[in-house]
Design a protein around this ligand. Structure first.
Ligand code: SF4
Ligand code: SF4
Length: 415
């Protein structure tokens, strides 16, 4: 099995370990450590909902205990916890079979489920979902029709107040929600979501559609599609956006819940800060080319061949918060900018209308990245695109005339 290479685990660890919040101090983490230990020991006394062992599973896929601990170490760093938490993260993974999960699909393409389940070679992250007590997932469960309905009702009744409700897909609200119904009763997606979220411990919206409406909500939004947080109130809602949501972030949220019994720290868009506190532009491997004014000017030019910055081809990395530049996709193999395609801001609200086109934003102005990765969406604020100390557009234009490198007739030369 192609397990995350040592190099990748090291890279994740190095890039994330710098993010432990040192302002919180030793005492904070010592207290958290003790509380977490007590919580795990309580959880261990509860009966497992599923007779399955994470170590058996990962070993059957060729991952040894040492590799598993490396994964735990990288995941600890991803969760912005100090290394002392690594054994607790490993233990929390073993206790995942105590957590009941109900997963529903609404107006969606099942891309998030696919991202999780269809990896060419399973990672520890994807294997961990085998350990969770997945009580209902209509795409992968054997039951269908009335049997599936009954299974869902049983799970809701049995795990009232305790289950995590994962929601994939947006919710159509136009025409009284009639654009999407489920089951023989004709319950609308909206009614379905409201009923199931009422008894959930927390609701986790995965993917661009469930979080902010995604492509179904793009103009003119004929179905009146909205995200979970627009409808579910009075209940913890966690958004894990992107198209698709990264399996590592889904696992991270569940692990955090097991470790602390609480939802992770969220930004103003209800996204976990451990995953969406990163601005793509600050962690991009092409960033040195942006700073040097070296841009791809058209597909296939010398800049493209030399992996220069994609800003002029419409990359929205400077406006987008996500850790895909660090943890990447497809078992950590690569990510969109790595393969030469600009970011289209899929983890941001209204991305399809606001960001998904191949030209720079005409009015894009952005603060100089003085804070590096420490800048979060909250710090930049929702006025990100107008608050400015250095205009990114100005930078891009100026670079072409002030002695930076430019590309002429396929040849690179200094002006
Ligand atoms: S504009 Fe895009 S390609 Fe260029 S450095 Fe920023 S994120 Fe990377
Ligand atoms: S690079 Fe941008 S569009 Fe691509 S997955 Fe990351 S956030 Fe989404």
């Amino acid at each position: 099995m192609a397990y995350d290479s040592q190099e990748m685990v090291k890279k994740i660890f190095n890039q994330n370990s710098a993010r432990v919040d040192t302002n919180k101090g030793e005492e904070f983490y010592n207290n958290l450590f003790e509380k977490t230990k007590a919580r795990l020991s309580k959880l261990r006394k509860q009966p497992a909902l599923k007779d399955i062992d994470i170590i058996d599973i990962v070993e059957s896929e060729g991952v040894n205990r040492r590799d598993f601990m490396k994964w735990a170490s990288a995941t600890t760093a991803t969760l912005m916890l100090p290394p002392m938490f690594t054994p607790l993260v490993a233990e929390a993974a073993e206790l995942m079979n105590r957590v009941p999960v109900i997963w529903i699909e609404l107006q969606d393409c099942a891309g998030n489920s696919e991202a999780l389940l269809r990896s060419s070679a399973p990672t520890v992250d994807s294997l961990i979902f085998d350990v969770l007590s997945l009580e209902f997932h209509e795409t992968i469960m054997a039951a269908s029709g009335h049997q599936a309905d009954a299974q869902l009702e049983d799970a809701v009744e049995h795990f009232k107040g305790k289950y995590l409700l994962f929601v994939e897909g947006s919710i159509p609200t136009a025409m009284n929600g009639q654009y999407g119904t489920i089951g023989a009763s004709g319950e609308t997606f909206q009614e379905h979501l409201m009923r199931l979220s009422k008894d959930a411990g927390a609701v986790i919206a995965v993917g661009a559609c469930a979080t902010f409406g995604g492509v179904p909500a793009a103009a003119p939004n004929p179905t009146g599609a909205v995200g979970v947080m627009d409808l579910v109130k009075g209940k913890p809602v966690i958004n894990i956006p992107a198209c698709p949501a990264n399996p590592a972030n889904m696992v991270g949220v569940v692990l955090h819940y097991i470790l602390t019994g609480q939802v992770p720290e969220l930004d103003s868009l209800l996204r976990p800060k451990f995953a969406f506190g990163y601005r793509i532009h600050d962690n991009c491997e092409r960033r040195a080319h942006f700073d040097a004014g070296e841009y791809v000017e058209e597909w296939g030019d010398e800049g493209a061949k030399n992996n220069w910055c994609l800003y002029k081809m419409g990359c929205k990395g400077p406006m987008t918060f996500n850790n895909c530049s660090i943890i990447r996709y497809n078992e950590g193999t690569n990510w969109p900018i790595g393969v030469g395609r600009g970011c289209i801001g899929c983890s941001e609200p209204d991305f399809w209308d606001k960001y998904a086109y191949e030209r720079p934003m005409a009015d894009a102005h952005i603060k100089a990245p003085t804070g590096g990765v420490e800048k979060t969406v909250d710090e930049f604020g929702l006025g990100l695109l107008t608050a400015t100390t250095i205009g990114i557009g100005v930078h891009a234009v100026a670079s072409a005339v002030i002695g930076k490198r430019s590309i002429n007739n396929g040849e690179s030369e200094d002006e």
